[in-house]
Design a protein around this ligand. Structure first.
Ligand code: 3PG
Ligand code: CO
Length: 555
């Protein structure tokens, strides 16, 4: 007999305003010149750190602590916010796909059987991110899927690649294309007609999120479905090498291209009777392309042609929308998240970020579920992001605006929880621009200050933490931690996230003086934060949640 009712915390009061601040891409690392958080002026975060060990500590934000396959997997926003919001560690998409591929179960499931119907006369198209980053997709999974699909009846295969440079080093696209080309050549030797059909950089083609810019998805549609793009090449390797020769070219932003035959005809547009799989497991950047591929009624851009295809996602990307309706691997069943519990227990919630991270504090926080649990109890505010720019140009992003919204929500007295994501460290860190990332970190710190000041005014409580590392290390390092140089002696810029732990700080006038971090949760991670926050709202977390990080000692 399940109940949403949470037990009262024996010592902690209800009704306090609790600010939950997530700094995106803000890890803890040794101070050096590639640590932008260290280089930046961050007086607010510095002062929180002085509260260690009772009011400040580190938590794990990568690897198995957030449900990723191995300790070599860096953290990311999806698994980080899932853990923060759900309070438990779920085997995540990366791992679930590994298991389904290893056992072969992926080929027995509903999703594969559905697309398989097309293998007789249609082509199998695989669309996704080509890298070994392990954040949205993984090259080895694509390789296994290619092999397995061909063994299970696919005779004609077209791969539509998106180059990375964001979860992996810029320039690595060339090597990944070589590996894929080699695999496809082997398939051709076995009589399978397998080729790369189109491509483009992930941030410019297909992989937009939270409806920031449908033009990105349209460029992908034109290349993948219509076989049209400004650049045409005879091979993908030639395409990537040539496009990278342009000044300032960057894997993340390569323009769309299609591969053509000797007569100039695209080798793999998507047509009636074909099967399509988007092979990314991560949800946020697949929801928009999935809508374009699946929805009969669609008005976000002119699709020109809407082919009758059988489409499956690697996973189902949105549990509320049930999108897509067919998928190869069942997503983690993240249920009973802290957000859902709290609305059932009278906690009024306000959540806010700017577009590019808005779904992180709503959709990911709520277990990959769009929409409200209870509209009366929750308010989600999205501040439009600047679109069409790389964020090193505007490193302050909308941090101030987010903080103002949070401040106003706190001062309004209408909410018990005010939750925000401050994107700067991550979004600017991903550009690899060190100077801009320093500006970004300062802006995020100022935003934290504004929120803490509001909490001070209302006698509330704050929890300040992060989802994973990024800005604290901007250079690729060797095993001893020394910066790695490329052939020309230049440092290799790290655009990706890191394996670093992240800080968590608690405080505010509403925090009982006896509240402090326990000493016995040594390996605490992001999943321990939900129980902690529930305590600060005056409740005991459900027994299957990861344990709280705090205790109350009598003074
Ligand atoms: C992205 O999608 O921008 C990166 O691959 C991961 O960044 P995030 O996990 O911080 O969103
Ligand atoms: Co990121």
């Amino acid at each position: 007999d399940f109940s949403w009712k949470l037990a009262d915390h024996p010592k902690l009061p209800k009704g306090k305003a609790v600010a939950v601040v997530v700094l995106d891409g803000w890890g803890e690392a040794n101070p050096d010149k590639y640590n932008c958080i260290h280089v930046a002026e961050t007086p607010t975060m510095d002062s929180l750190k002085k509260g260690a060990p009772e009011k400040w500590r580190l938590v794990r934000a990568h690897g198995t602590a957030v449900g990723l396959p191995t300790e070599d997997d860096m953290g990311n926003s999806e698994v980080g916010h899932n853990a923060l919001g759900a309070g438990r560690i779920y085997a995540q998409g990366a791992k679930l796909v590994d298991i389904a591929l290893a056992s072969g179960k992926i080929y027995e499931g509903e999703g594969f059987n559905y697309i398989k119907e097309c293998f007789g006369s249609g082509t199998l198209h695989l669309i996704g991110l080509l890298s070994d980053g392990g954040v949205h997709s993984r090259l080895d999974q694509l390789q296994l899927l290619l092999k397995g699909s061909s063994e299970n009846g696919a005779k004609r295969i077209r791969v539509h690649i998106l180059t990375d440079g964001r979860d992996v080093l810029d320039g690595s696209s060339v090597g990944f294309v070589e590996i894929l080309e080699n695999d496809l050549a082997q398939l051709r030797e076995k009589g399978i007609d397998a080729k790369i059909a189109s491509g483009g950089g992930r941030m410019y083609v297909t992989m937009d999120r939270y409806e920031n810019d449908w033009g990105v998805v349209k460029r992908g549609w034109d290349a993948q479905v219509l076989g049209e793009a400004p650049h045409k090449f005879r091979s993908a390797l030639e395409a990537v090498k040539k496009l990278r020769e342009e000044p300032k070219a960057n894997d993340q932003y390569l323009p769309p291209f299609v591969i053509v035959d000797e007569s100039g005809k695209a080798v793999g547009p998507i047509v009636d009777g074909d099967a399509v799989v988007t092979f990314n497991f991560r949800a946020d950047r697949m929801v928009m392309p999935a809508k374009a591929l699946e929805y009969e009624n669609f008005d976000k851009f002119d699709r020109v042609r809407f082919p009758k295809i059988r489409y499956a996602g690697m996973l189902q990307y949105d549990g509320e929308l049930k999108l897509p309706s067919h998928y190869l691997v069942s997503p983690p069943e993240i249920e009973r998240t802290s957000g859902e519990y709290l609305v059932h227990n009278g906690v009024r919630t306000f959540a806010c970020s700017e577009t590019v991270k808005f779904g992180h504090v709503t959709f990911f926080w709520n277990g990959n579920r769009s929409g409200y649990f209870n509209e009366e109890m929750e308010e989600y505010v999205e501040i439009p992001s600047d679109s069409g720019i790389t964020f090193n140009v505007q490193p302050k992003m909308k941090a101030l605006e987010i903080a103002e919204k949070a401040r106003d929500a706190i001062l309004s007295g209408k909410f018990h929880q005010v939750r925000v994501n401050l994107p700067n460290g991550d979004m600017v860190g991903h550009t690899g621009d060190i100077e801009a990332t320093v500006v970004a970190c300062k802006a995020a710190d100022e935003a934290v200050k504004m929120i803490l000041d509001a909490i001070e005014q209302v006698g509330g409580i704050y929890v300040v933490t992060a989802d994973h590392g990024n800005a604290e290390d901007m250079v690729k390092r060797d095993k001893r931690g020394q910066p790695l140089l490329d052939k020309s002696g230049k440092i290799q810029i790290l655009t990706s996230h890191t394996l670093q732990p992240v800080p968590i700080a608690i405080g505010g006038p509403g925090l009982l003086p006896g509240v402090r971090f326990r000493k016995d949760v040594l390996d605490g991670g992001l999943a321990n934060v939900a129980a902690t926050v529930m305590n600060l709202h005056g409740f005991v977390a459900p027994s299957d949640y990861e344990q709280t990080l705090i205790e109350v000692v009598e003074n």
